[in-house]
Design a protein around this ligand. Sequence first.
Ligand SMILES: O=P(O)(O)O[C@H]1[C@H](O)[C@@H](O)[C@@H](O)[C@@H](O)[C@@H]1O
Ligand SMILES: [Mg+2]
Ligand SMILES: [Mg+2]
Length: 278
Amino acid sequence: MCFPQIILNAFKQQKQVHLKSSQADLVTETDLRVETILKSAIRDKYPVHRFIGEESVAAGECVELTDSPTWIIDPIDGTANFVHRFPFVAISIAFTVNKQVKAPMEFGIVYSCVEDKLFYAQKGRGAFLNGEPLNASGQEGGITCEPDSDDDDEVRWQGLSGLCCIPDDMLCVCFSVRALGTAAVDMCQVATGGADAYYHIGMHCWDIAASSIIVQEAGGVVMDTDGSPFDMMSRRVIAASSTAVANRISQVIQAFPCRRDDEDQCRCICGGKGVNSV
Ligand SMILES: O=P(O)(O)O[C@H]1[C@H](O)[C@@H](O)[C@@H](O)[C@@H](O)[C@@H]1O
Ligand SMILES: [Mg+2]
Ligand SMILES: [Mg+2]
């Protein structure tokens, strides 16, 4: 059975749910099963490739980008939605080479399973949704925003109130706010033009690696929440319809530092479980 079908079949069933880093950080047997199937299928074809998989990292693997071709996998993005049968759950797969943390991925795939929407992009070759080209809105004024934050709801609302109360004479006014509960699909809305901005503090590289190239190839902009270049490991991202909107958001939201995904890299090299020890 293919892995999206595994998710769809399990979507309707009762699930055994386990907590990871917090009450909001959930994992099910299906998350684990899909990641195992994906890694095994890729490894059979490309034995020297490496992986950064959400559930493998949760089991102790290191987040380490090397020069080797690396697959960055979130087997179910939106596990809380999956557990509650809220129909926005996605598989997110990105591929990168030569330790590209700041440059675009080689390609990214986000498959929103219940919606049956396949978002994908390859560097320099455009972004698509179910085969149709995607274009960000290019908006520089009134925006629809998709905020998310994992560590501090206060930051989310501070940021939002800041966004919603930008004086009209300023660059952009936030007309409405949306959040689907899956970082990957939320961010892809900027690529479709359905949202003009998305920002997130506290997520992980596997949540947004694929959607970052999809937004960029659709003509959107991605950057860190402090206005510096996008850094997949920083756990902070703004995706926007234009540089003007992205810069305005970075001025308004009070970003807080997060422990980088690759911060323990030294431990891994010196004596951790080793990268991709599975
Ligand atoms: O469902 P996940 O793969 O754990 O991803 C979640 C993420 O953990 C957290 O950042 C939430 O805010 C959601 O946006 C992600 O989908
Ligand atoms: Mg995720
Ligand atoms: Mg996940």
